[in-house]
Design a protein around this ligand. Structure first.
Ligand SMILES: [Zn+2]
Length: 110
């Protein structure tokens, strides 16, 4: 009852416009789109940042900044696909796999 479907749709639309349909076509129904958006915004902010820091805080977890660099190893160890999108950096850093693999693993875990 607390959720505002209008707001959720707006957020989804904003993500969709920026990152394509993939983000929205999510098999995990309870995936938190707002949290996703926060991640993406944080990554974008980091990417634009002129003053590089050694560590980046994401969800209270400090991660080496190099994980977010384009030069870093962005080939997913699970699907062997070279990554492409900024958001995959985050999933790679946190879950050691790309966004798609993360969703697949989460989905098949239960
Ligand atoms: Zn993958």
């Amino acid at each position: 009852m607390m959720k505002d479907p209008e707001r959720l749709i707006k957020i989804e639309k904003a993500i969709q416009e920026k990152y394509g349909d993939e983000v929205i076509q999510n098999p995990k129904a309870n995936w938190d789109q707002e949290k996703e958006k926060e991640y993406l915004q944080q990554i974008k902010k980091i990417a634009k940042s002129e003053k590089p820091k050694e560590k980046i805080e994401v969800e209270g977890v400090l991660m080496p900044k190099k994980l977010f660099r384009k030069e870093s190893n962005r080939t997913c160890p699970k699907c062997k696909i070279y990554s492409f999108e900024m958001k995959d950096d985050l999933y790679m850093a946190k879950f050691k796999c790309c966004y798609k693999c993360y969703l697949r693993l989460e989905y098949t875990r239960e």
